[in-house]
Design a protein around this ligand. Structure first.
Ligand SMILES: [Zn+2]
Length: 104
């Protein structure tokens, strides 16, 4: 749990690479749709980059289309917490073509 609120100075806040190094589990709870998801910080580093500030939602809620309702928390999980816990893990990155209509 964060000892204090985030600083206005991004360099003083915990970064995703710090959380990954510490083996942290990041929990995103959306208070809009009341969905809670758990991620390994080590996985999120690959997606949002090393310098992403941990207290900021990595992406908007896919159901609510906004990050406004997302609470981010983080912890080094103990064995008891991990028992039976479902963690979202990246499977693979999908690339796809975007198309647009143009005058011939
Ligand atoms: Zn939501």
């Amino acid at each position: 749990m964060p000892a204090a609120g985030p600083s206005g100075n991004p360099f003083r806040n915990r970064r995703m690479c710090d959380a990954a190094h510490d083996g942290m589990l990041i929990t995103l709870r959306c208070n809009g749709c009341r969905r809670t998801l758990h991620f390994w910080a080590a996985d999120l580093v690959k997606v949002v980059g090393e310098h992403h500030q941990v207290h900021l939602a990595p992406w908007p809620c896919s159901r609510c289309q906004t990050a406004d309702f997302i609470d981010v928390s983080w912890t080094v999980p103990g064995a008891a917490m991990l028992t039976g816990l479902t963690v979202r893990r990246p499977v693979r990155k999908i690339e796809r073509w975007l198309w647009r209509n143009e005058k011939a």
